[in-house]
Design a protein around this ligand. Sequence first.
Ligand code: AP5
Length: 223
Amino acid sequence: MSQLNLVLLGPPGSGKGTQGERLQEDLELPYYATGDILRAAVREGNELGRTAKDYMDRGDLVPDEVIVAVIVERISRSEADDGFILDGYPRTRVQAEALDEEVERVGRTLTATIFIDISDEEVLRRLGGRRTCPNGHIFHVEFDAPEREGVCDLCGEPLGIRDDDKPEVIRKRLERYHTDTEPLVGYYDEHGLLHRIDGAESPDQVYASIRATLATVRMEEEA
Ligand code: AP5
């Protein structure tokens, strides 16, 4: 079986993390979510975290050179020899081109970009009710409530609201998405890698659509 090198693309709150968790478990591939990596660095208070914190708190993008270095290091690890799942990267054209260069340098190709598409109204509904635990497990007060209020079903840690899920920060993140990241939909379409998924469906339906898409991509590769 050839490598599976996947990119999950979509607006804030489209479900990249929700679907990424499931894909990681089923495909047994390393899952590199730049938001999770940066939040862990902020918690640790290391250099990456100190650089990223202000940008994240105001809903801005961390500078390209910082995040490119993080991803290049991850995908060159031996654990990623069979492939990887990227969530939240790339977010700018510079990042997309850096990824292309790196996969080419190590003799690989991207398999597919899964674009999870939802409206801005849905983004606001989703992020307004999101709850997460320190280990990055994701819930929603209405759409995916935990069994015990305020407690993670998976690890028992307390659930909280992400610092950047405040209304004014959400607006800024959406703005940055439309100006910097949405153009990547066209970029990957031109490269024949884009697969659009309706993210407004239930998490199970979205997941079924992603798996069906990946099965088709695999069949086309083998044909
Ligand atoms: P990051 O953590 O990547 O944030 P994001 O892209 O804004 O995405 P989110 O994590 O908010 O949403 P998601 O799509 O994963 O949705 P989720 O599954 O949680 O980045 C944070 C910050 O880090 C950035 O703002 C930036 O500062 C920095 N950063 C990160 N990467 C960077 C990069 N490459 N370059 C520069 N800076 C970078 O779902 C959301 C909610 O909806 C949950 O409550 C969930 O339960 C619910 N839900 C999910 N799916 C469904 C469904 N189908 N139906 C109903 N509810 C659903």
